[in-house]
Design a protein around this ligand. Structure first.
Ligand SMILES: NC(=O)C1=CN([C@@H]2O[C@H](COP(=O)(O)OP(=O)(O)OC[C@H]3O[C@@H](n4cnc5c(N)ncnc54)[C@H](O)[C@@H]3O)[C@@H](O)[C@H]2O)C=CC1
Ligand SMILES: O=C(CO)COP(=O)(O)O
Length: 331
């Protein structure tokens, strides 16, 4: 049994803590708000996962030092744009632990991946920074529905340790050394899910959705390869696997956000009613910056960014995408 710390008591932090507890670990969760921490200590998380009874083996605290004391692995699951600020406080607690990011976003302004932010702010060597990414909608996971994921880390033995800790009868982790691919797949699929949601909100059917998913995979792969990722990761769970789950599921916050935009609500109106993190809304801008810096064409991301940040209409997005010059499919 390992002692594992989880920072972030939202839907995925809590669901991942449940996997770890089911895997036989002693899990301590850090939450910001005392009321939520109190809920977790009663075995529930009514704010983010209402109606779910959490497994035994999870305790929670608002004290980062208490949560990390004796932990071998530290899992980070806060919104991507808050990680840098959070880590400034947590960095001294990380010591020689394996640090794992569950986050699926790219930092605004710096265009850094979450593993890069962890390395930069907390000084953790790349060999001890892992990423977990795959088709893992939190609500299905806490119902113990079967799913698989990717645990990526440059150090295979560290990836193995994390994979062993989160291996259960319903959750199957595969290991990988492709951190860049896993992080890019996880971040860009949120943007594509916004586009697919918009298409659904506009009343388009499965041909349109499949087209956006497939061309979304093409632009994700182009960008990931430009950053040094293995293209095979894009054909795996952290690539097309997560892309399909997020683009097709009404449980996805990014997909649902896009649907409301497609139905005619403004970004401000959708933001107002969206209580949880939809990473693609912010990361579409940083992913576009990243792609431009590497000279990579990402037309869907570009259109999503225009809708979300430049007041462009979703219907016009479709028109512009279809009016582009014809090209070879594999270019
Ligand atoms: N929910 C899901 O199904 C999955 C989510 N993810 C990723 O996990 C990450 C976390 O997302 P969720 O747990 O789903 O989000 P969430 O919105 O359910 O929860 C976010 C948590 O972070 C806390 N938080 C908000 N602002 C904060 C700040 N400034 N400092 C510290 N804590 C703050 C919130 O209070 C909440 O506890 C995201 O990057 C998301 O893309 C990855 C796989 C599945
Ligand atoms: O990453 C996810 C599933 O793998 C969750 O997607 P959303 O953040 O869009 O809900």
């Amino acid at each position: 049994m390992s002692h594992i710390a989880v920072f972030g008591a939202g839907s995925w932090g809590t669901a991942f803590a449940s996997i770890l507890a089911d895997g036989g670990n002693d899990v301590r969760v850090w939450g910001r708000r005392p009321e939520l921490v109190e809920q977790l200590n009663r075995g529930v998380n009514d704010d983010y996962l209402p109606g779910v009874q959490l497994p035994d083996g999870i305790s929670a605290s608002t004290d980062p030092a208490e949560v990390t004391e004796g932990a071998e692995i530290v899992i980070l699951s806060v919104p991507s744009q808050s990680l840098r600020t959070n880590l400034t406080e947590w960095a001294p607690l990380l010591g020689d632990k394996i640090v794992v990011s569950l986050m699926k976003g790219i930092e605004l302004g710096t265009t850094k991946r979450m593993s890069e932010v962890i390395h930069e702010v907390a000084g953790v060597p790349a060999e001890r920074i892992g990423v977990v990414s795959g088709p893992n909608l939190a609500r299905e996971i806490v119902q113990r529905q079967p799913a698989a994921t990717v645990v990526a880390c440059p150090d295979v033995s560290a990836a193995d340790r994390v994979a062993a800790a989160c291996s259960t009868s319903y959750f199957r982790p595969y290991t990988s050394q492709d951190v860049v691919g896993a992080e890019l797949g996880g971040a860009v699929k949120n943007v594509i899910a916004l586009a697919v949601g918009m298409a659904a909100g506009l009343g388009f059917g499965d041909n349109t959705k499949a087209t956006l998913i497939t061309r979304g995979l093409a632009e994700t792969t182009r960008l990931a390869m430009a950053l040094g990722a293995d293209p095979r990761t894009m054909a795996g769970l952290a690539g097309v696997g997560d892309l399909i789950a997020t683009c097709m599921s009404p449980l996805s916050r990014n997909h649902s956000f896009g649907v409301k935009l497609g139905e005619g609500l403004s970004v401000a109106q959708v933001t107002e009613v969206t209580k949880q993190t939809a990473e693609g809304v912010k990361s579409c801008a940083s992913i576009l910056d990243l792609a431009r810096a590497h000279g990579v064409d990402v037309p869907i991301t570009e259109m999503v960014n225009r809708v979300v940040h430049e007041d462009f209409a979703p219907a016009d997005m479709v028109e512009v995408l279809l009016a582009r010059a014809r090209k070879h499919e594999t270019e």
